[in-house]
Design a protein around this ligand. Sequence first.
Ligand code: ARG
Length: 461
Amino acid sequence: MKKNNKKWSSRFAEPTSEIVKRYTASVSFDQRLAMFDIQGSLAHAQMLKKQKVISASDLRLITKGLNQIKKEIIAQKFKWSIDLEDVHLNIENRLTQIVGESGKKLHTGRSRNDQVSTDMRLYLRDVVDQIIDRIETLQASTLNLADKHISSIMPGLTHLQVAQPISFAHHLHAYFEMLQRDKVRFIDARKRINILPLGAAALAGTSYPIDRKFIAKLLKFDGVMENSLDAVSDRDFLIEFNSNAALLMTHLSRWSEELIMWSSSFFEFIEISDGFCTGSSIMPQKKNPDVPELVRGKTGRVTGHLVNLLTLMKGQPLAYNKDNQEDKEPIFDVSDTVLDTLNIFSEMISKLKIFPKNMEAAASKGYPTATDLADYLVKKGMAFREAHGVVAKIVKFAIDQNCDLDKIELKVLQKFSQLIEKDVFNSLTLKGSVQSRKHIGGTSSKSVIAALKNARSKLTK
Ligand code: ARG
């Protein structure tokens, strides 16, 4: 009979078939956790020595062996074997090859179940810190652009129709605020990621005199998980992370959609720099906004992974089940996608070319100051609902005459309402409309300058 070389093989009479080996192994993808796995093992070994479960010489050898393995992995000399199933067994096996008996003691008082959850938390904490940092970089790029466009007027849209004139900086600040909430969501999720599961062992804890708080301190966790079954089985921290990532990508996808529209010949509000676009193999005139299109496209896969993880979790009884091995590929993909997207987006925003004249020209079409005219009448004493009706008639008149509101003569305007006087024209210009909205959150220069100042103060670097 063919020899079964699995770690747990002695209990089995039959060897594992090749297809089952391939189906159940995770080493092809979970080797990405190697450095975190070693970091966790080093801390576990130190704790075992402190608690006198292993000797000082065991610890010395384990540390030496793990450090050597680290080097082998970095130099890409480490031989990963599918026979050893996953990253944990590969490293443990190599450790024993290098240091002998002491290597066999590393797994005392732990299981791969608490080990893998620890690895994922160490990995994710690192990713989350990078994401927070990169969101800040994008926020800073956004503010730098906004600072230059406080008095650039663009059409504010509802239903993709011209609604009211707004400052372009005000529009950019809206994305800053979304990113701020995204960032705070990651900061908050980090608190729940950064709790130590190690010590839960397979599911029920261990009978060795372990010191979990000691390991938590070594690995810079903020605390230890309070229930061993929960510690090895729940992946809510991954789902929460993925959900935050999906929201962040959704915001960037909306923004991408605007960049794509704004750079089209129908709008011509902006130009995306050449490095973020490609040409067409057939149409020589084309410059396609590939990067924002892909941000929009990749949002789908990040959201898809969220559904994947929620579905993965929903039917699992306590405690650990092998289903959870399937959490890794989606989480790695979400992490890579979000980190790359944030990097590329910041650079794209900092290199945007803006055409404020085209924005303003577009804002003047479609009677965007009609609400201002209604407000004007209200301030002169008319009830808003009535003013709304009067202005609707004036707009209809302007459409028939094919002219802007501020081009209608005063005498003509007065036929619609005697309340209209010469000062009405202040309300009919784009600038007058924008500057009149001077409360917190409004689009006037005064409000936007205050908002941008406030926004800057939320950046930590
Ligand atoms: N590769 C496994 C995973 O990613 C590690 C834990 C396996 N535990 C077990 N008892 N089979 O979940």
